[in-house]
Design a binder for this molecule. Sequence first.
Ligand SMILES: Cc1cc2nc3c(=O)[nH]c(=O)nc-3n(C[C@H](O)[C@H](O)[C@H](O)COP(=O)(O)OP(=O)(O)OC[C@H]3O[C@@H](n4cnc5c(N)ncnc54)[C@H](O)[C@@H]3O)c2cc1C
Ligand code: FES
Length: 275
Amino acid sequence: MYKIVAKRKLNDLVELMEIHAPYVARKCEPGQFIILRVDEEGERIPLTIADYDRKKETVTIIYQVVGYSTKKLSLKNEGDSVEDFVGPLGQEAPLHKVKRVLGIGGGVGIAPLYPQLKKMKELGVQVDTILGGRSDEFIILEDEMENISDNVYYATNDGSKGIKGFVTDKLNELIENGEKYDLVIAIGPLIMMKAVCEITKKHDIKTNVSLNPIMIDGTGMCGGCRVTVGGETKFACVDGPDFDGHQVDFDEAMRRQGMYKEEEKDHVCRLGLED
Ligand SMILES: Cc1cc2nc3c(=O)[nH]c(=O)nc-3n(C[C@H](O)[C@H](O)[C@H](O)COP(=O)(O)OP(=O)(O)OC[C@H]3O[C@@H](n4cnc5c(N)ncnc54)[C@H](O)[C@@H]3O)c2cc1C
Ligand code: FES
């Protein structure tokens, strides 16, 4: 059993939990994820490691309450435990010292972006960040991002924070203003990552993305998380989840992610899944 040492609501749909998980906390690196089961009858759900504290032996997860298991998880409180917390899974994100990096996070994708940018800052890299969401309340980890970034820009669909528009509008503006980046790390909905990659490819800026296809075993055995990268078949759970965004077949990834949409449509637990 893995004890929940802290729990915090980040907005109506998104919550943060710090979980005592000594083995994962000792070994994990930015980019990796865990698979948890809330209780012994629970299904296995993958969640990215949003932060970790090796001394306290804790791992932070940030999850959006979208369906059955995340709802069950959300009913747990500080002092309760979760049954399984397996990890660290996946590859460490390929982070190297460059001069300047631009992180782009959309919605709950801001959670996995945070540890990567934090590590870049520790490496001495200059960090700029664009955070986007439907509106102000969907932007999470603002204080944490401001602490590790030289500049933070915001973009919201309704203009309630930063520019009114998409993160890609801000990206275009920065490029047009002559800002130079050696690397972009974009994490958010597939459609956002695809749009970012289309722009950065034109400007020849290397771009890493983090994919979250449907995962089942998380060990490379079931094939559920198959993605095509550079014309080759990869399994996001063991080869990723971070990949060179210019090589990812996003159209296929989006088709595969929507594979169970029909079945999920009438499901009673379909909370917060509206497009
Ligand atoms: C590597 C990875 C990292 C992730 N990190 C985060 C994170 O940090 N925060 C976060 O909020 N979400 C994250 N997700 C998505 C998260 O796993 C799903 O939201 C969760 O499994 C939903 O479970 P549920 O029972 O509440 O919802 P369900 O009712 O089962 O489904 C809700 C939606 O979640 C998606 N989903 C369900 N099961 C899976 C699965 N096993 N793999 C992928 N998608 C699934 C489906 O597309 C579905 O539309 C990540 C997914 C992957 C693969
Ligand atoms: S989740 Fe089964 S191969 Fe990746």
